[in-house]
Each structure stands twice: as structure tokens, then as C-alpha cells.
Write a protein that binds this ligand. Structure first.
Ligand SMILES: C[S@@+](CC[C@H](N)C(=O)[O-])C[C@H]1O[C@@H](n2cnc3c(N)ncnc32)[C@H](O)[C@@H]1O
Length: 225
């Protein structure tokens, strides 16, 4: 969390990452007709996202490569016409980036913090998209109501803790798609008990966007047994 998050008048210290070259090509591929909306979303992230403390100011110069596109590369993996629950959506990552990339998929952004939910509601309204619903709750509070084809999460907690939060939101043949860092394999090894208890198949690690981004996105994927 940013230590600069409270200054409503504060502007980001550095210029936003330009969307050009390979990043522009990736954005055109992933967002297609909705690229202008993705630009608007990135602008929100780099302005009110910073001043409201949802993102640190140091993220501004890497807003596309590390955030918006890094999340959107999961878009082509989502099943057509399905539903996705994004747990701990924060500034809408990956939920909003994916919703812009996949207008045919419905998204539930599950986020407990009021300040973040207010920001998400305002951004979704401004984008004018109809495939995003913001739910103010902790994931464990909505396990009886939410039944998704895919559950996503990024930077919420270690896999060991994330599995009991996310698996109850999955439909029987649904799939977890958790964005993780380079330690994904170690996290899987450390989550052995949680994987067994949740009756999950052994998770697999997949790299996405290798052909599009300077750094690919690591995703941990698993279905129920
Ligand atoms: C570090 S932020 C990450 C936000 C966003 N996913 C990203 O990658 O930028 C973690 C978010 O998870 C939310 N969170 C923490 N515990 C949660 C829970 N049990 N259910 C849902 N969200 C939770 C927090 O409120 C916070 O917004």
C-alpha cells in the first residue's frame, strides 16, 4: 500500500508508462474494440487509483506491463459466456482488466474494503460496462451465494491461505486461475494440505503472455478432483 495514499490533491510523481510498441500490440490484441476503455481504466488507476491509495505511485511507470496487460493476458483462457469471481479485487486487478478484455464473460469483484469498493463502483460506472458487479464482502462471507466457472485472485495471500477462500466459490467443474509470482511452484509445495483438503487436482503453473509482454504472467491453475 502506498504511503502517499491520503493526499487527495497529490499527483503521481512519474509519468504513466506509454502504450506503444509491443505493449500497444498486446493491448490491441487483448482489448480489441474496448481498447479506449482500457486506456480510461489505466488513467483512473494512475490518478484517483493513486490518490485514493489503491495503487502505489511507483506503479505508474509500469501500469500497462505490470498491471493492466499482465492481468489481461488471462482473458483468452476464460470460458465463453462464463462467470468469474475475482477475490480481493482491490483496484480491479485482474477483474476489471479481464472484464474489458472479455465482454462475453460476467465478473463479480469481491472486495471487503469500503473505500476500495466505492472506487471500483465509480470506475465501473464511468467505464459504462455491464459485465461487472462489485460485491462488498470477504470471500468467505459469500461462499453460499457465489458459484463461478473461474475464480481469480492476485496478490491476496499465499496459496495455502488462498485455496480455502477461493475453492468454495467454484462451480463443481470450475477452475482456479490464481496470478502468482515466481515462487508459484514453492507455494504449491507449501499448500499440500490445503490442496488435499479442498479436494483439488494438483495445480499446474502456466506462463501467459510470453509472446506479448516483456515479463510473462504466472498463473496457478487447478480444478476440483
Ligand atoms: C494487496 S491487495 C491486491 C489487490 C488486487 N488484487 C491487485 O492485485 O492489485 C489485496 C486485496 O485483497 C482484499 N482481501 C483481503 N482478504 C480478503 C478476503 N478474505 N476476501 C476478499 N478480499 C480480501 C483486500 O481488501 C485487498 O483489497
Amino acid at each position: 500500500m502506498s504511503s502517499h495514499g491520503d493526499g487527495a490533491q497529490e499527483s503521481p510523481a512519474e509519468a504513466p508508462e506509454p502504450l506503444e510498441g509491443e505493449l500497444l500490440r498486446a493491448a490491441e490484441r487483448l482489448f480489441d474494440q474496448r481498447l479506449p476503455l482500457a486506456r480510461t481504466y489505466a488513467e483512473h488507476l494512475c490518478t484517483t487509483g493513486i490518490t485514493h491509495g489503491l495503487l502505489g505511485p511507483r506503479e505508474v511507470p509500469r501500469i500497462w506491463s505490470r498491471h493492466v496487460l499482465n492481468c489481461a493476458v488471462l482473458g483468452p483462457e476464460l470460458p465463453s459466456g462464463g462467470t468469474v469471481a475475482d477475490v480481493g479485487s482491490g483496484a480491479g486487478l485482474p477483474g476489471i482488466a479481464l472484464a474489458l478484455s472479455r465482454p462475453d464473460v460476467d465478473f463479480m469483484l469481491i472486495e471487503p474494503m469500503e473505500r476500495r469498493v466505492d472506487w471500483l463502483d465509480a470506475v465501473v460506472k464511468d467505464l459504462g460496462v455491464d459485465n461487472v458487479q462489485v460485491i462488498r464482502a470477504r470471500a468467505e462471507e459469500v461462499s453460499d451465494e457465489v458459484m463461478a466457472d473461474v475464480v481469480t485472485a492476485r496478490a491476496v495471500s499465499s496459496l495455502k491461505k488462498l485455496i480455502p477462500l477461493t475453492v468454495p466459490l467454484l462451480d463443481d467443474d470450475g477452475e482456479l486461475m490464481l496470478l502468482k509470482g515466481r515462487s508459484a511452484a514453492e507455494e504449491i509445495a507449501a499448500a499440500g494440505k490445503a490442496i488435499k483438503k479442498a479436494r483439488l487436482q494438483t495445480p499446474r503453473v502456466q506462463l501467459l503472455g510470453e509472446d506479448m509482454l516483456p515479463e510473462p504472467t504466472t498463473v496457478v491453475r487447478a480444478r476440483r478432483r
